[in-house]
Design a binder for this molecule. Structure first.
Ligand code: ADP
Ligand code: MG
Length: 432
């Protein structure tokens, strides 16, 4: 009898210990199955999200994507921008300024934005007619609050650094969707500048055998990607060119109390100031710097703008806006001349970013790039506004596939790396 009881107890103990493990591994398996989950045609639903350096909105896109690398096929299903309230925008700006920020505020903001992104993603998925369990994973860039693209030496360690917040673990656990976040750190760990990351998307989506193409994104900062016809990944050239809308926005805020120069109307009504233009060319050490290079609000933020305004005391407000707008396009052109011209003339230029809605910027592009066909980006549902959100969905897909997606030639990294941190959640509803 005792032996019988002993055997029964041992069986129970065995089951207790091992069932735990079996359930645990089944949980991980079903979660993996969820984010590697695909329909019969091998496609997955993936969300991409970010808030750019302009701090204008949380941008969210839903894409259907199949395969990865150059075999990637994608279709944009829905895109929306959820504008920041003025209070939040001001708080993000405060946290991004070394003079005004403090570590407690940054700590809080990381979680506030994590919650805000999660709320918007939940709303967005519902609006799109899906439920969260339909989504395989999210790629979230978060919000950059500081970026140091050149090596600084501290305590015997030298390197670059960057900080994107809106914690990916918060997003994963509140939405219940595995989230890949913090895309820039891996590249910086291997001596890259962590930016720009968009050339990967440009390469897999816009490379063609018979045309040289240049893609220019005019966000807060402007960047360009040059793809010669039939470009190999190691031949992609891409870098930040200087300000995009950032200086225009800052001056419009200060002089007109508006968030930006709607449609470029103020710039169009102003005149070009040669004196201010020459000042800009002289004081700006970024636009004519060597590549690889990247920049941000740290360089073209308040300090730069306040000095510019002090210099412009006798220049009319709309002439200042006109001239800094012209300067944005000039920086792209001058970088093209310095770093791309020798490669070959681009047959086509594809513009993207919020700056495309600024008619003055658009017209000025045509003035500088007379020999190329200039178009607004539009492919597979990728448009000027959603391109960067699509990028982070695609980069998350590459990471989940186990593909490297930094382009060493553009970031200066010593190695190819997998980008991002995966914050997994176990999907309990395994039948969906
Ligand atoms: N209708 C418009 N007219 C002029 N500028 C616009 C318009 N819409 C957007 N923008 C500009 O685009 C910026 C946002 O661009 P975006 O690509 O989102 O930049 P980021 O990636 O830095 O957030 C705004 O701050 C503004 O300067
Ligand atoms: Mg934006």
């Amino acid at each position: 009898m005792c032996i019988f009881l002993f055997i029964i107890l041992n069986i129970f103990e065995f089951c207790y210990i091992h069932l735990h493990r079996i359930f645990f591994y089944y949980g991980i398996y079903s979660s993996m199955k969820n984010y590697l989950k695909s329909d019969k045609d091998n496609s997955k639903l993936v969300i991409g999200t970010l808030s750019g350096t302009s701090i204008d909105s949380v941008d969210i896109v839903l894409i259907r994507i199949s395969n990865c690398g150059i075999q990637t096929e994608l279709e944009v299903l829905k895109y929306r921008q959820y504008p920041f309230s003025k209070e939040i925008k001001d708080f993000v700006l405060k946290c991004s300024s070394p003079e005004q920020s403090n570590v407690a505020d940054i700590c809080k903001l990381n979680f506030i934005l994590g919650r805000l992104f999660s709320d918007k993603i939940d709303i967005f998925i519902k609006e799109a007619g899906y439920s969260n369990s339909d989504i395989s994973f999210i790629g979230s860039h978060g919000q950059t609050i500081y970026h140091i693209p050149s090596d600084e030496n501290y305590f015997g360690y030298s390197g670059k650094s960057t900080l994107q917040i809106a914690d990916a673990s918060v997003i994963a656990n509140l939405t219940g969707i595995t989230t890949v976040g913090d895309f820039r750190c891996a590249d910086i760990a291997v001596e890259g500048t962590g930016a720009p990351l968009v050339p990967y998307l440009d390469f897999i989506m816009f490379n063609v055998p018979d045309k040289n193409r240049m893609l220019v994104n005019i966000g807060g900062i402007a960047n360009l990607t040059y793809l010669k016809a039939d470009c190999k990944i190691e031949e992609v050239t891409a870098f930040d060119t200087g300000p995009g809308n950032m200086i225009i926005d800052a001056i419009t805020r200060k002089l007109y109390n508006k968030e930006y120069d709607l449609n470029g109307d103020i710039a169009s009504s102003g005149k070009f100031s040669k004196k201010l233009f020459e000042y800009l060319c002289n004081v700006d050490n970024f636009y004519n710097a060597d590549i690889p290079k990247s920049t941000g609000r740290e360089y073209y933020g308040d300090d730069f703008v306040n000095r510019l305004l002090a210099f412009s005391e006798n220049i009319e407000a709309r002439d200042i806006i006109n001239t800094v707008s012209e300067y944005t396009v000039y920086c792209v052109y001058s970088n093209y001349k310095n770093h791309i011209n020798s490669l070959a003339l681009p047959d086509e230029i594809f513009l993207s970013g919020g700056g495309v809605s600024n008619n003055f910027l658009f017209k000025t592009f045509s003035k500088y790039f007379t020999d190329s066909k200039i178009q607004i980006i539009n492919k597979s549902g990728i448009t000027p506004n959603n391109k960067e959100a699509v990028l982070f969905a695609v980069l998350a897909n590459e990471t989940m596939c186990g593909n490297y997606s930094n382009i060493r030639n553009s970031t200066g990294a010593q190695k190819n790396v997998l980008l991002g941190k995966i914050c997994p959640v176990l999907n309990k509803d395994i039948n969906k």
